[in-house]
Design a protein around this ligand. Sequence first.
Ligand code: ATP
Ligand code: MG
Length: 607
Amino acid sequence: MEPRKPRLMGKLIKENKWYFIAALICTVFTVVIEFITPILFAETTDYYLLGGDSRMPAFINAWLDGLGGREFMVRNLWIAGLALVGLNVLNGVFGFIKGRTQAIAGENVSLTLREKLYSHIQKLPFSYHVKAETGDLVQRCTSDVETVRRFLSMQLMQVVNAVLMITIALFYMFSENVKITLISMIMIPGLFLFAWLFFRWVIKNFRLSDEAEGKMSAVLQENLTGVRVVRAFGQQEYEVEKFEKVSEDFRKKTFKLCNLLAVYWATSDAMSMLQSMLTLLTCVFFAVRGEITVGTLIIFTSYIWKLLWPIRQLGRILSDAGKSKVALDRIQEVLGAPEEPAEPDAVKPSLKGDIVFDHVTFGYDEGRDILKNISFTIPKGKTVAILGATGSGKSTVVHLIQRLFDVKQGEIRIGGTPINQIDRYYLRSKVGLVLQEPFLFSKTLKENVAIARRNATEEEIDRAVADAAAKEFILDSDKGYDTLVGERGVTLSGGQKQRIAIARTLMKDNDILIFDDSLSAVDTETDAQIRSALKKRSKDTTTIIISHRIVTLSQADWILVMEDGQITQQGTHEDLIHSGGLYSKIFNIQSALEEEFKEENKGYAAV
Ligand code: ATP
Ligand code: MG
């Protein structure tokens, strides 16, 4: 991974090279103009006002002689004034172009980085997302990108600016007077070292403050997302305390940082002042002895700041560069995560065939197998139900059918083709999976349903919604299909969300349909209604239903019972209720409950 880093930064700069080149040229011009200004002052004072020697190159004096020479210039001092104003206007223009070009380059870079990250994240395997922290990924796509942008759009040119400033200042100062230059440089190494060491050291505090802010947002986000749980358990006070704690921590760390920065700028200001005083005193001393002219004094007193400022900045920028490097590393870490590999030889067979698990072993983490050498067949076009205790591996089975993970041992085949030879995007497009915890986007109900097929007609949407028994409540809502689902669907009930998720899956052209406990939040009657609509809708679709409800399970053509990652029983409802084991146990419990319920209701009706 290491060798890729410079390449990304280099590539980003290269993609915007014209903007960077323009910014660079403008930087050079602004620096040059800044240096010319004091020289113009010095020239006016020394040559025109005090009658000393000229500093200007011969060709300029020759040209001025053409205009009328010194006499003319002394009579028309406004020309020098105008030249100064003109130069500064020019400086403004160059400054503007520089600001604009580097801003464009910076924005382009952050756009590219964001898009790269986003599209890469879309292609990362599901297993990556299971492990990655959402908040962390968000931070990498936003604030880390912002840090890199800031570096490229401001600090890079600041470095150029500082280096140019220091070089020109030193060069010119040495050519004017070696002694004064040496005295003017006494504090410089100390100042630079102080700046550099300070910011290197303080960077830890920047990170601490960033982390404290991250923690604070995490608490806030968790509280807002889990607002119902907080209220239901009367945890508001605890939550307020928790927030106060992290908020206080953030304040403390940021305050400490501000203090440190204040100390830095004050100390470095004092050092700079001292240096400039020293230079001024030296200049006055030499000027009084007649060793230097007033013009040289003007030049030194203004150049010393041109030297001090960039040196103080440079220390800061260099350590900021460290921050950008960390950000770039974090971005690169995401970009370096391998995508789901391309499979040019993958096939796209019809998935209307038997699904076979052939001695499949699988675990999410090393050393812990979740599915333990399981084998079973789900016959083509049939409805198979899976029953199993929570954590027994039912969802894992269906995730494997969608190839969200690859099996460790054994093989899964659909219609005879091993699943890892089937194009994974094609496979997922043909396997409709209604998740255990449906997720709805903050969009309208209609958009949430149509997301599986964006060019769907009204009739198709209508039919899917009707089959998912969702039509009634949709029509009852304020704006019908156009009702906006709040963030994470908070305005819908669990059963309503499940039904929208089912309708969404039905929009796809499914060869295999899987319901992962997706009918758990609807009543038994609606459950039956949805199942019968499905039967009518897709006669030859292989259907897998995971459920804890015996009524639902009993309707299936075949039932698998899972316990601790293994298939412990399979058969039809009739077979299983008579063969003991988990199925008959649950059947007996649920039947007894139903009887009890009927009894109670009878009594209730009689009253
Ligand atoms: P439930 O009825 O509660 O939905 P399930 O039968 O669907 O349960 P699975 O979700 O398949 O159970 O999980 C089986 C086991 O795998 C559990 O012990 C769970 O902790 C573990 N597991 C599930 N997902 C992951 C994951 N992404 N990483 C690591 N372990 C996981
Ligand atoms: Mg599950």
